[in-house]
Design a protein around this ligand. Structure first.
Ligand code: KIV
Length: 273
């Protein structure tokens, strides 16, 4: 494999994202957890790679995002950073690495920036993490917020269903979005909330709002790469557009290889020294 060379391209910064919102240009974000996938994402022109704690599900096979550790997130983030040339790389602070107090939030963020070379961190939550956001920002670390369905709180919600359908929760969400903006977040993810509400938030805050299952009225979209590639054929929420059926492709390739090995078709004369 050749070494990836870095050339002069216009890198995506938080400032560029802000300008994109002002111009009405949509922001494309996908998750990435490893070097090889991140190279392809960057080459494709993705604006933001999210090293999401969804790595806990799709890379490690855990049922929830809660078990993944800060060390594991740093490992994934460092692999992604080695691959990219243009994209902004945002890394999730994993469960337990920031909820304790703002000092632990800052320490965890510094480790992610220093050890992985990431560009920004993402935290789940609203007003309850305001102090942590402000403290992280004192170290010059850009912060992305995340409201709506926040998977780290799955045991509080009890289900992964659509959030903020009722007026009371919707009002709190709008207030929280404004609090996160005021606290200094450079962008905000809204997960699985009604499209109308997400559109309203995107109109009422100046920072870019990136949606997942939040409709088309926001400033950008994010999906889990493994989901949109159809690697996992058991996850089929309504908001997910599948661009491929990689599960089928990979399964067939692995089966063909097994057959070729067993039948002694592989390797042939041209595939040996
Ligand atoms: O971890 C993740 O992949 C995320 C996205 C779903 C936004 O937080």
């Amino acid at each position: 494999m050749s070494v990836h060379t870095h050339t002069d391209v216009k890198k995506i910064t938080t400032h560029v994202l802000q300008e994109m919102k002002q111009r009405g240009e949509k922001i494309a974000m996908l998750t990435g957890y490893d070097y090889s996938m991140a190279r392809i994402l960057d080459e494709a022109g993705i604006d933001i790679i999210l090293v999401g704690d969804s790595a806990s599900n799709v890379m490690a096979g855990h049922e929830t995002t809660l078990p993944i550790t800060l060390n594991e997130m740093i490992y994934h983030a460092a692999s992604v950073i080695r691959a990219i040339n243009r994209a902004l790389v945002v890394v999730d602070l994993p469960f337990g690495s920031y909820q304790g107090n703002s000092r632990s939030a800052l320490d965890s963020s510094i480790r992610i920036m220093k050890e992985a070379g990431a560009h920004a961190v993402k935290l789940e939550g609203g007003r309850e993490i305001r102090e942590s956001i402000e403290r992280i920002l004192t170290a010059g670390i850009p912060v992305m917020g995340h409201l709506g369905l926040t998977p780290q709180s799955i045991y509080k919600f009890g289900t992964y269903s659509v959030r903020a359908k009722e007026e009371e929760e919707a009002t709190i969400l709008i207030e929280d979005a404004k609090i996160l903006e005021e606290a200094g977040c450079f962008a905000l993810v809204l997960e699985k909330i009604p499209a109308k509400l997400a559109t309203q938030v995107a109109q009422e805050v100046k920072i870019p709002v990136i949606g997942i299952g939040a409709g088309g009225g926001v400033d950008g979209q994010v999906l889990v790469s493994h989901d949109m590639l159809g690697i996992n054929n058991e996850f089929n929420p309504r908001f997910l557009r599948k661009y491929h059926n990689l599960h089928r492709e990979m399964l067939n390739s692995f089966k063909s290889y097994i057959k070729d090995v067993r039948s002694k078709d592989f390797p042939n004369e041209n595939e040996q020294y």
